[in-house]
Design a protein around this ligand. Structure first.
Ligand SMILES: Cc1cc2nc3c(=O)[nH]c(=O)nc-3n(C[C@H](O)[C@H](O)[C@H](O)COP(=O)(O)OP(=O)(O)OC[C@H]3O[C@@H](n4cnc5c(N)ncnc54)[C@H](O)[C@@H]3O)c2cc1C
Length: 439
Protein backbone atom coordinates (compact mmCIF):
# COMPACT_ATOMS: atom_id res chain seq x y z
CA UNK A 1 0.00 0.00 0.00
CA UNK A 2 1.28 3.47 -0.83
CA UNK A 3 1.84 6.27 1.62
CA UNK A 4 -1.70 7.22 2.52
CA UNK A 5 -0.92 10.74 3.62
CA UNK A 6 0.29 11.95 0.26
CA UNK A 7 -1.10 12.91 -3.10
CA UNK A 8 -0.86 11.33 -6.53
CA UNK A 9 -1.15 12.97 -9.91
CA UNK A 10 -3.24 10.78 -12.20
CA UNK A 11 -2.40 11.36 -15.83
CA UNK A 12 -5.26 10.06 -17.98
CA UNK A 13 -3.98 8.83 -21.34
CA UNK A 14 -5.80 6.16 -23.36
CA UNK A 15 -7.68 5.12 -20.22
CA UNK A 16 -10.60 7.55 -20.29
CA UNK A 17 -12.74 5.57 -17.86
CA UNK A 18 -13.40 5.02 -14.18
CA UNK A 19 -14.46 1.38 -14.37
CA UNK A 20 -11.78 -1.32 -14.41
CA UNK A 21 -8.98 1.20 -14.61
CA UNK A 22 -5.89 -0.28 -12.87
CA UNK A 23 -3.87 2.94 -13.14
CA UNK A 24 -6.65 5.02 -11.62
CA UNK A 25 -7.10 2.47 -8.91
CA UNK A 26 -3.38 2.81 -8.05
CA UNK A 27 -3.74 6.62 -7.96
CA UNK A 28 -6.69 6.35 -5.62
CA UNK A 29 -4.61 4.46 -3.05
CA UNK A 30 -3.28 7.88 -2.12
CA UNK A 31 -5.18 10.14 0.24
CA UNK A 32 -5.86 12.60 -2.56
CA UNK A 33 -5.51 12.55 -6.31
CA UNK A 34 -5.14 15.27 -8.93
CA UNK A 35 -6.59 13.94 -12.21
CA UNK A 36 -5.36 15.55 -15.42
CA UNK A 37 -5.75 15.05 -19.16
CA UNK A 38 -3.15 16.64 -21.42
CA UNK A 39 -3.96 17.55 -25.00
CA UNK A 40 -0.49 16.95 -26.42
CA UNK A 41 -0.24 18.96 -29.65
CA UNK A 42 2.38 16.55 -30.94
CA UNK A 43 -0.53 14.30 -31.91
CA UNK A 44 -1.94 17.05 -34.17
CA UNK A 45 1.27 17.59 -36.13
CA UNK A 46 1.90 16.14 -39.59
CA UNK A 47 3.48 12.72 -39.91
CA UNK A 48 6.23 12.09 -42.44
CA UNK A 49 3.69 11.48 -45.20
CA UNK A 50 2.03 14.86 -44.60
CA UNK A 51 -1.12 13.71 -42.78
CA UNK A 52 -2.18 15.32 -39.50
CA UNK A 53 -1.83 12.42 -37.07
CA UNK A 54 -5.21 12.96 -35.42
CA UNK A 55 -7.91 13.90 -37.90
CA UNK A 56 -11.26 15.55 -37.20
CA UNK A 57 -13.31 12.45 -36.41
CA UNK A 58 -11.02 11.12 -33.72
CA UNK A 59 -10.40 14.61 -32.32
CA UNK A 60 -14.14 15.05 -31.89
CA UNK A 61 -14.54 11.61 -30.30
CA UNK A 62 -11.64 12.31 -27.96
CA UNK A 63 -13.04 15.67 -26.85
CA UNK A 64 -16.43 14.07 -26.19
CA UNK A 65 -14.71 11.36 -24.17
CA UNK A 66 -12.82 13.89 -22.05
CA UNK A 67 -16.00 15.88 -21.35
CA UNK A 68 -17.83 12.74 -20.30
CA UNK A 69 -14.94 11.66 -18.09
CA UNK A 70 -14.92 15.07 -16.42
CA UNK A 71 -18.69 14.85 -15.75
CA UNK A 72 -18.35 11.38 -14.29
CA UNK A 73 -15.41 12.42 -12.07
CA UNK A 74 -17.40 15.40 -10.82
CA UNK A 75 -20.31 13.08 -9.91
CA UNK A 76 -17.85 11.30 -7.59
CA UNK A 77 -16.81 14.55 -5.94
CA UNK A 78 -13.61 15.12 -7.93
CA UNK A 79 -12.40 17.44 -10.68
CA UNK A 80 -10.46 17.03 -13.91
CA UNK A 81 -7.72 19.36 -15.06
CA UNK A 82 -7.49 19.66 -18.83
CA UNK A 83 -4.21 21.12 -20.06
CA UNK A 84 -2.71 21.71 -23.47
CA UNK A 85 1.02 21.28 -24.13
CA UNK A 86 3.91 18.92 -23.42
CA UNK A 87 3.40 16.28 -20.72
CA UNK A 88 7.06 16.55 -19.69
CA UNK A 89 6.56 20.23 -18.82
CA UNK A 90 2.99 20.17 -17.50
CA UNK A 91 3.19 17.11 -15.25
CA UNK A 92 6.21 18.09 -13.09
CA UNK A 93 4.84 21.59 -12.77
CA UNK A 94 1.44 20.27 -11.56
CA UNK A 95 3.22 17.93 -9.14
CA UNK A 96 4.99 20.91 -7.62
CA UNK A 97 1.88 23.09 -7.59
CA UNK A 98 -0.25 20.46 -5.84
CA UNK A 99 2.52 18.80 -3.78
CA UNK A 100 2.09 15.41 -5.40
CA UNK A 101 5.09 13.13 -4.98
CA UNK A 102 3.85 10.43 -7.34
CA UNK A 103 2.70 10.33 -10.93
CA UNK A 104 0.53 7.40 -12.04
CA UNK A 105 -0.45 6.66 -15.63
CA UNK A 106 -1.38 3.78 -17.90
CA UNK A 107 1.58 2.31 -19.83
CA UNK A 108 1.68 2.58 -23.58
CA UNK A 109 3.84 0.34 -25.73
CA UNK A 110 4.66 2.02 -29.03
CA UNK A 111 7.89 3.83 -29.81
CA UNK A 112 6.61 7.43 -29.67
CA UNK A 113 4.58 6.85 -26.52
CA UNK A 114 7.50 5.13 -24.78
CA UNK A 115 9.75 8.07 -25.70
CA UNK A 116 7.22 10.42 -24.12
CA UNK A 117 7.15 8.24 -20.99
CA UNK A 118 10.95 8.31 -20.75
CA UNK A 119 11.09 12.10 -21.02
CA UNK A 120 8.29 12.48 -18.46
CA UNK A 121 9.98 10.04 -16.09
CA UNK A 122 13.23 12.00 -16.23
CA UNK A 123 11.46 15.32 -15.64
CA UNK A 124 9.58 13.85 -12.66
CA UNK A 125 12.78 12.38 -11.19
CA UNK A 126 14.46 15.77 -11.58
CA UNK A 127 11.96 17.25 -9.12
CA UNK A 128 12.32 14.30 -6.73
CA UNK A 129 9.06 12.56 -7.70
CA UNK A 130 8.39 8.98 -8.79
CA UNK A 131 6.31 7.43 -11.56
CA UNK A 132 4.18 4.33 -11.79
CA UNK A 133 3.33 3.06 -15.28
CA UNK A 134 0.46 0.63 -14.91
CA UNK A 135 -0.78 -1.89 -17.48
CA UNK A 136 -4.43 -1.53 -18.44
CA UNK A 137 -4.79 -1.82 -22.19
CA UNK A 138 -4.97 -5.55 -22.78
CA UNK A 139 -7.35 -8.37 -21.92
CA UNK A 140 -4.56 -10.59 -20.58
CA UNK A 141 -2.15 -8.90 -18.21
CA UNK A 142 1.33 -8.50 -19.80
CA UNK A 143 3.00 -10.02 -16.71
CA UNK A 144 0.91 -13.17 -17.12
CA UNK A 145 1.58 -13.31 -20.85
CA UNK A 146 5.32 -12.85 -20.48
CA UNK A 147 5.35 -15.51 -17.74
CA UNK A 148 3.77 -17.92 -20.17
CA UNK A 149 5.89 -17.25 -23.24
CA UNK A 150 9.65 -16.89 -23.41
CA UNK A 151 8.95 -15.26 -26.73
CA UNK A 152 5.58 -14.21 -28.19
CA UNK A 153 4.82 -16.70 -31.01
CA UNK A 154 4.78 -15.28 -34.52
CA UNK A 155 1.66 -17.28 -35.30
CA UNK A 156 -1.59 -16.07 -33.79
CA UNK A 157 -3.15 -19.52 -33.32
CA UNK A 158 -0.23 -20.67 -31.18
CA UNK A 159 -0.52 -17.56 -29.07
CA UNK A 160 -4.29 -17.84 -28.65
CA UNK A 161 -4.37 -21.56 -27.85
CA UNK A 162 -1.72 -21.26 -25.14
CA UNK A 163 -3.40 -18.24 -23.62
CA UNK A 164 -6.83 -19.85 -23.62
CA UNK A 165 -5.57 -23.02 -21.99
CA UNK A 166 -2.93 -21.70 -19.59
CA UNK A 167 -3.63 -18.11 -18.71
CA UNK A 168 -6.47 -16.47 -16.84
CA UNK A 169 -7.94 -13.06 -17.41
CA UNK A 170 -7.66 -11.10 -14.19
CA UNK A 171 -10.84 -9.82 -12.57
CA UNK A 172 -12.23 -6.38 -13.35
CA UNK A 173 -11.75 -3.60 -10.82
CA UNK A 174 -15.00 -1.90 -9.83
CA UNK A 175 -15.51 1.83 -10.42
CA UNK A 176 -14.48 3.97 -7.46
CA UNK A 177 -17.28 5.32 -5.28
CA UNK A 178 -15.53 8.58 -4.58
CA UNK A 179 -12.62 10.57 -5.98
CA UNK A 180 -10.84 12.66 -3.36
CA UNK A 181 -9.14 15.67 -4.85
CA UNK A 182 -7.45 18.58 -3.06
CA UNK A 183 -10.03 21.15 -1.92
CA UNK A 184 -8.66 23.88 -4.15
CA UNK A 185 -8.89 21.80 -7.32
CA UNK A 186 -11.47 22.87 -9.89
CA UNK A 187 -12.08 21.33 -13.30
CA UNK A 188 -10.91 23.09 -16.44
CA UNK A 189 -13.04 23.65 -19.51
CA UNK A 190 -12.03 21.82 -22.64
CA UNK A 191 -10.83 24.07 -25.50
CA UNK A 192 -13.33 24.85 -28.24
CA UNK A 193 -12.96 22.03 -30.78
CA UNK A 194 -13.39 24.27 -33.86
CA UNK A 195 -10.69 26.65 -32.72
CA UNK A 196 -8.43 23.82 -31.66
CA UNK A 197 -8.79 22.01 -34.99
CA UNK A 198 -8.24 25.20 -36.99
CA UNK A 199 -4.62 25.28 -35.71
CA UNK A 200 -3.94 22.11 -37.70
CA UNK A 201 -6.01 23.31 -40.68
CA UNK A 202 -8.94 21.02 -39.82
CA UNK A 203 -12.67 21.49 -39.21
CA UNK A 204 -15.20 19.87 -36.89
CA UNK A 205 -16.80 17.03 -38.86
CA UNK A 206 -20.51 16.78 -39.61
CA UNK A 207 -22.36 13.54 -39.05
CA UNK A 208 -23.09 11.68 -42.29
CA UNK A 209 -26.51 10.05 -41.95
CA UNK A 210 -25.23 6.89 -43.65
CA UNK A 211 -22.62 6.32 -40.96
CA UNK A 212 -22.31 2.92 -39.32
CA UNK A 213 -20.92 4.76 -36.32
CA UNK A 214 -23.29 7.62 -35.39
CA UNK A 215 -22.16 7.45 -31.76
CA UNK A 216 -20.35 9.75 -29.36
CA UNK A 217 -17.21 9.36 -27.33
CA UNK A 218 -17.15 8.69 -23.61
CA UNK A 219 -17.55 5.99 -21.02
CA UNK A 220 -21.30 6.57 -20.71
CA UNK A 221 -21.80 5.97 -24.42
CA UNK A 222 -19.57 2.89 -24.33
CA UNK A 223 -21.74 1.37 -21.60
CA UNK A 224 -24.91 2.24 -23.54
CA UNK A 225 -23.55 0.66 -26.70
CA UNK A 226 -22.64 -2.52 -24.88
CA UNK A 227 -26.07 -2.65 -23.26
CA UNK A 228 -27.77 -2.20 -26.63
CA UNK A 229 -25.62 -4.74 -28.49
CA UNK A 230 -25.55 -7.40 -25.78
CA UNK A 231 -28.56 -7.07 -23.55
CA UNK A 232 -31.30 -5.12 -25.34
CA UNK A 233 -30.98 -6.52 -28.86
CA UNK A 234 -28.98 -9.74 -28.33
CA UNK A 235 -26.83 -9.02 -31.37
CA UNK A 236 -23.97 -10.64 -29.48
CA UNK A 237 -25.52 -14.04 -30.00
CA UNK A 238 -25.36 -13.53 -33.80
CA UNK A 239 -22.04 -11.73 -34.02
CA UNK A 240 -20.12 -14.41 -35.90
CA UNK A 241 -22.78 -14.54 -38.60
CA UNK A 242 -23.01 -10.77 -39.10
CA UNK A 243 -19.50 -9.49 -38.46
CA UNK A 244 -18.48 -9.46 -42.13
CA UNK A 245 -21.35 -7.24 -43.22
CA UNK A 246 -20.75 -3.71 -44.38
CA UNK A 247 -23.70 -1.46 -43.59
CA UNK A 248 -25.68 -0.48 -40.52
CA UNK A 249 -24.86 -0.02 -36.89
CA UNK A 250 -25.38 -3.54 -35.56
CA UNK A 251 -23.46 -5.97 -37.79
CA UNK A 252 -20.51 -5.77 -35.42
CA UNK A 253 -20.05 -4.49 -31.89
CA UNK A 254 -18.62 -1.07 -32.90
CA UNK A 255 -16.81 -1.04 -29.58
CA UNK A 256 -13.42 -0.30 -31.17
CA UNK A 257 -13.38 3.53 -30.84
CA UNK A 258 -14.24 3.28 -27.15
CA UNK A 259 -11.65 0.55 -26.65
CA UNK A 260 -9.01 2.61 -28.44
CA UNK A 261 -9.61 5.58 -26.14
CA UNK A 262 -9.94 3.36 -23.09
CA UNK A 263 -13.57 4.38 -22.43
CA UNK A 264 -14.22 0.70 -21.77
CA UNK A 265 -11.79 -2.08 -20.90
CA UNK A 266 -11.50 -5.36 -22.82
CA UNK A 267 -11.83 -7.16 -19.46
CA UNK A 268 -15.18 -5.50 -18.84
CA UNK A 269 -16.39 -6.53 -22.31
CA UNK A 270 -15.27 -10.10 -21.69
CA UNK A 271 -16.86 -10.20 -18.26
CA UNK A 272 -20.14 -9.02 -19.80
CA UNK A 273 -19.83 -11.77 -22.44
CA UNK A 274 -19.39 -14.30 -19.63
CA UNK A 275 -22.39 -12.90 -17.76
CA UNK A 276 -24.42 -13.11 -20.97
CA UNK A 277 -23.31 -16.70 -21.55
CA UNK A 278 -24.33 -17.62 -18.01
CA UNK A 279 -27.77 -16.11 -18.39
CA UNK A 280 -28.50 -17.29 -21.91
CA UNK A 281 -26.06 -19.72 -23.41
CA UNK A 282 -22.60 -19.65 -24.93
CA UNK A 283 -22.41 -20.07 -28.69
CA UNK A 284 -19.88 -19.53 -31.48
CA UNK A 285 -20.75 -15.86 -31.61
CA UNK A 286 -20.33 -15.10 -27.93
CA UNK A 287 -16.96 -16.88 -28.09
CA UNK A 288 -15.95 -15.02 -31.25
CA UNK A 289 -16.17 -11.57 -29.76
CA UNK A 290 -13.60 -12.56 -27.14
CA UNK A 291 -11.56 -14.27 -29.89
CA UNK A 292 -11.35 -10.89 -31.64
CA UNK A 293 -10.25 -9.23 -28.42
CA UNK A 294 -7.40 -11.74 -28.34
CA UNK A 295 -6.38 -10.53 -31.83
CA UNK A 296 -6.29 -7.05 -30.35
CA UNK A 297 -4.03 -8.30 -27.55
CA UNK A 298 -1.90 -10.20 -30.02
CA UNK A 299 -1.01 -7.15 -32.08
CA UNK A 300 -0.18 -5.28 -28.88
CA UNK A 301 2.17 -8.06 -27.73
CA UNK A 302 3.74 -8.25 -31.18
CA UNK A 303 4.41 -4.50 -30.97
CA UNK A 304 6.07 -5.06 -27.57
CA UNK A 305 8.14 -7.89 -29.02
CA UNK A 306 9.38 -6.08 -32.11
CA UNK A 307 9.39 -2.42 -30.97
CA UNK A 308 9.98 0.01 -33.82
CA UNK A 309 10.51 -2.82 -36.33
CA UNK A 310 6.77 -3.04 -36.93
CA UNK A 311 7.01 0.36 -38.62
CA UNK A 312 9.72 -0.71 -41.08
CA UNK A 313 8.82 -1.05 -44.73
CA UNK A 314 9.64 -4.77 -44.54
CA UNK A 315 7.91 -5.05 -41.16
CA UNK A 316 9.08 -8.00 -39.12
CA UNK A 317 10.22 -9.97 -42.19
CA UNK A 318 13.43 -9.77 -44.16
CA UNK A 319 11.65 -9.37 -47.48
CA UNK A 320 13.28 -7.15 -50.09
CA UNK A 321 10.87 -7.06 -53.02
CA UNK A 322 8.72 -4.27 -51.65
CA UNK A 323 6.04 -1.95 -52.95
CA UNK A 324 6.85 1.66 -53.85
CA UNK A 325 5.66 5.10 -52.89
CA UNK A 326 3.64 5.87 -55.99
CA UNK A 327 1.92 9.03 -54.79
CA UNK A 328 -0.49 9.34 -57.72
CA UNK A 329 -1.92 5.82 -57.15
CA UNK A 330 -2.06 6.58 -53.45
CA UNK A 331 -4.03 9.79 -54.03
CA UNK A 332 -6.57 7.89 -56.16
CA UNK A 333 -6.95 5.29 -53.41
CA UNK A 334 -7.27 7.88 -50.63
CA UNK A 335 -10.00 9.73 -52.46
CA UNK A 336 -11.96 6.67 -53.57
CA UNK A 337 -11.11 7.16 -57.25
CA UNK A 338 -9.51 3.88 -58.22
CA UNK A 339 -10.87 1.55 -60.91
CA UNK A 340 -12.50 -0.61 -58.25
CA UNK A 341 -15.94 0.55 -57.10
CA UNK A 342 -15.95 -1.66 -53.99
CA UNK A 343 -12.64 -0.20 -52.81
CA UNK A 344 -13.87 3.32 -53.66
CA UNK A 345 -17.07 2.91 -51.65
CA UNK A 346 -15.10 1.80 -48.60
CA UNK A 347 -12.62 4.65 -48.93
CA UNK A 348 -15.50 7.09 -49.29
CA UNK A 349 -17.12 5.78 -46.11
CA UNK A 350 -13.83 6.21 -44.26
CA UNK A 351 -13.39 9.75 -45.57
CA UNK A 352 -16.91 10.79 -44.59
CA UNK A 353 -17.25 9.02 -41.24
CA UNK A 354 -13.90 7.84 -39.80
CA UNK A 355 -15.16 4.24 -39.73
CA UNK A 356 -14.85 1.27 -42.07
CA UNK A 357 -15.82 -2.37 -41.46
CA UNK A 358 -13.14 -4.98 -40.94
CA UNK A 359 -14.00 -6.61 -44.26
CA UNK A 360 -13.64 -3.24 -45.98
CA UNK A 361 -10.30 -2.54 -44.30
CA UNK A 362 -8.88 -5.87 -45.42
CA UNK A 363 -9.93 -5.25 -49.00
CA UNK A 364 -8.74 -1.67 -49.34
CA UNK A 365 -5.44 -2.46 -47.64
CA UNK A 366 -4.82 -5.43 -49.94
CA UNK A 367 -5.78 -3.37 -52.99
CA UNK A 368 -3.37 -0.56 -52.10
CA UNK A 369 -0.43 -2.88 -51.56
CA UNK A 370 -1.03 -5.76 -53.95
CA UNK A 371 -2.99 -4.17 -56.80
CA UNK A 372 -1.62 -0.64 -56.82
CA UNK A 373 1.81 -1.67 -55.53
CA UNK A 374 2.00 1.14 -52.97
CA UNK A 375 4.02 1.10 -49.71
CA UNK A 376 1.70 -0.08 -46.90
CA UNK A 377 2.97 2.69 -44.60
CA UNK A 378 1.16 5.34 -46.65
CA UNK A 379 -2.13 3.50 -46.19
CA UNK A 380 -1.48 3.02 -42.48
CA UNK A 381 -0.79 6.73 -42.14
CA UNK A 382 -4.07 7.63 -43.87
CA UNK A 383 -5.90 5.22 -41.56
CA UNK A 384 -4.18 6.79 -38.56
CA UNK A 385 -5.39 10.22 -39.66
CA UNK A 386 -8.99 9.18 -40.22
CA UNK A 387 -9.92 6.21 -38.08
CA UNK A 388 -12.07 6.84 -35.02
CA UNK A 389 -10.65 3.67 -33.52
CA UNK A 390 -7.00 4.19 -34.46
CA UNK A 391 -4.81 2.06 -32.25
CA UNK A 392 -1.16 1.99 -33.13
CA UNK A 393 -0.63 -1.75 -32.61
CA UNK A 394 -3.90 -2.93 -34.21
CA UNK A 395 -3.47 -0.64 -37.18
CA UNK A 396 0.18 -1.43 -37.86
CA UNK A 397 -0.24 -5.12 -37.04
CA UNK A 398 -3.12 -5.51 -39.48
CA UNK A 399 -1.37 -3.52 -42.23
CA UNK A 400 1.85 -5.51 -42.07
CA UNK A 401 -0.18 -8.73 -41.90
CA UNK A 402 -1.96 -7.88 -45.15
CA UNK A 403 1.17 -6.49 -46.80
CA UNK A 404 2.84 -9.87 -46.22
CA UNK A 405 5.50 -8.48 -43.87
CA UNK A 406 3.79 -9.28 -40.58
CA UNK A 407 2.33 -12.28 -38.79
CA UNK A 408 0.52 -14.00 -41.63
CA UNK A 409 1.93 -17.50 -42.05
CA UNK A 410 0.66 -17.45 -45.65
CA UNK A 411 3.10 -15.66 -47.95
CA UNK A 412 0.75 -13.56 -50.07
CA UNK A 413 -2.60 -12.55 -48.68
CA UNK A 414 -4.06 -10.78 -51.68
CA UNK A 415 -7.80 -10.20 -51.60
CA UNK A 416 -9.66 -10.55 -54.88
CA UNK A 417 -11.72 -7.40 -54.41
CA UNK A 418 -14.10 -8.16 -57.31
CA UNK A 419 -14.90 -11.56 -55.82
CA UNK A 420 -15.18 -10.09 -52.34
CA UNK A 421 -17.66 -7.49 -53.59
CA UNK A 422 -19.78 -10.28 -55.11
CA UNK A 423 -19.75 -12.25 -51.84
CA UNK A 424 -20.30 -9.42 -49.39
CA UNK A 425 -22.13 -6.87 -51.54
CA UNK A 426 -23.88 -9.04 -54.09
CA UNK A 427 -26.72 -6.57 -54.60
CA UNK A 428 -24.46 -3.51 -54.64
CA UNK A 429 -26.27 -2.11 -51.61
CA UNK A 430 -23.06 -0.92 -50.03
CA UNK A 431 -21.58 0.42 -53.25
CA UNK A 432 -24.79 2.30 -53.98
CA UNK A 433 -24.78 3.76 -50.49
CA UNK A 434 -21.20 4.99 -50.57
CA UNK A 435 -20.36 5.17 -54.25
CA UNK A 436 -22.59 7.92 -55.55
CA UNK A 437 -21.25 11.11 -54.05
CA UNK A 438 -17.49 10.91 -54.36
CA UNK A 439 -16.25 14.47 -54.80
C1 LIG B 1 -5.77 -2.62 -42.33
C2 LIG B 1 -6.51 -2.69 -41.01
C3 LIG B 1 -6.34 -1.69 -40.06
C4 LIG B 1 -6.99 -1.76 -38.83
N1 LIG B 1 -6.81 -0.76 -37.92
C5 LIG B 1 -7.39 -0.86 -36.70
C6 LIG B 1 -7.20 0.14 -35.70
O1 LIG B 1 -6.46 1.11 -35.89
N2 LIG B 1 -7.85 0.01 -34.51
C7 LIG B 1 -8.66 -1.06 -34.25
O2 LIG B 1 -9.24 -1.13 -33.14
N3 LIG B 1 -8.83 -2.02 -35.16
C8 LIG B 1 -8.24 -1.96 -36.36
N4 LIG B 1 -8.46 -2.95 -37.29
C9 LIG B 1 -9.20 -4.16 -36.89
C10 LIG B 1 -10.72 -4.16 -37.16
O3 LIG B 1 -10.98 -3.80 -38.49
C11 LIG B 1 -11.49 -3.24 -36.23
O4 LIG B 1 -11.12 -3.51 -34.88
C12 LIG B 1 -13.00 -3.48 -36.32
O5 LIG B 1 -13.42 -3.29 -37.65
C13 LIG B 1 -13.71 -2.51 -35.39
O6 LIG B 1 -15.10 -2.63 -35.47
P1 LIG B 1 -15.91 -3.35 -34.30
O7 LIG B 1 -15.56 -2.75 -32.99
O8 LIG B 1 -17.33 -3.35 -34.68
O9 LIG B 1 -15.30 -4.81 -34.36
P2 LIG B 1 -15.89 -6.19 -33.85
O10 LIG B 1 -15.94 -7.09 -35.03
O11 LIG B 1 -17.12 -6.01 -33.07
O12 LIG B 1 -14.73 -6.76 -32.91
C14 LIG B 1 -14.71 -6.53 -31.49
C15 LIG B 1 -13.38 -5.95 -31.10
O13 LIG B 1 -12.33 -6.87 -31.38
C16 LIG B 1 -11.17 -6.17 -31.79
N5 LIG B 1 -10.80 -6.59 -33.16
C17 LIG B 1 -11.62 -7.11 -34.10
N6 LIG B 1 -10.92 -7.42 -35.20
C18 LIG B 1 -9.63 -7.09 -34.94
C19 LIG B 1 -8.43 -7.15 -35.69
N7 LIG B 1 -8.37 -7.64 -36.93
N8 LIG B 1 -7.30 -6.66 -35.13
C20 LIG B 1 -7.29 -6.15 -33.87
N9 LIG B 1 -8.41 -6.09 -33.11
C21 LIG B 1 -9.56 -6.54 -33.65
C22 LIG B 1 -11.51 -4.69 -31.79
O14 LIG B 1 -11.09 -4.15 -30.58
C23 LIG B 1 -13.04 -4.70 -31.90
O15 LIG B 1 -13.64 -3.56 -31.33
C24 LIG B 1 -7.83 -2.88 -38.55
C25 LIG B 1 -8.00 -3.86 -39.51
C26 LIG B 1 -7.35 -3.77 -40.73
C27 LIG B 1 -7.56 -4.86 -41.74
Amino acid sequence: MSDNSSRSLHWFRNDLRLDDNPALSKSLEYAQTVPVYIIDEHFWTNDKWGHVKTGPFRSCFLFESIIDLKNEIEKLGGSLLIRQGKPSEILPSLMEQFSCNTLVAQSEHATEEIEIENIVEKAVHDIGGKCYWIEGHTLYHPDDVFNLFKEIPDIFTQFRKSLESKCIVRDCIASPLKINCPDNLTSDDIPDLNTFLSHSGQKTPCLDKRSSFPFKGGLTQARKRLKHYFWDKHHLSLYKKTRNQLTGIDFSSKLSPWLAHGCISPRRIRSEVKRYENLYKPNESTYWLVFELIWRDYFRFISMKYGSRIFYHNGIKSKTNLSNQNMSSFELWKNGKTNDSFVNANMNELLKTGYMSNRGRQNVASYLVHDLGVDWRLGASWFEHLLLDYDVASNTGNWIYIAGVGNDPRANRKFDTIRQAKIYDGKNTYQNLWGADIT
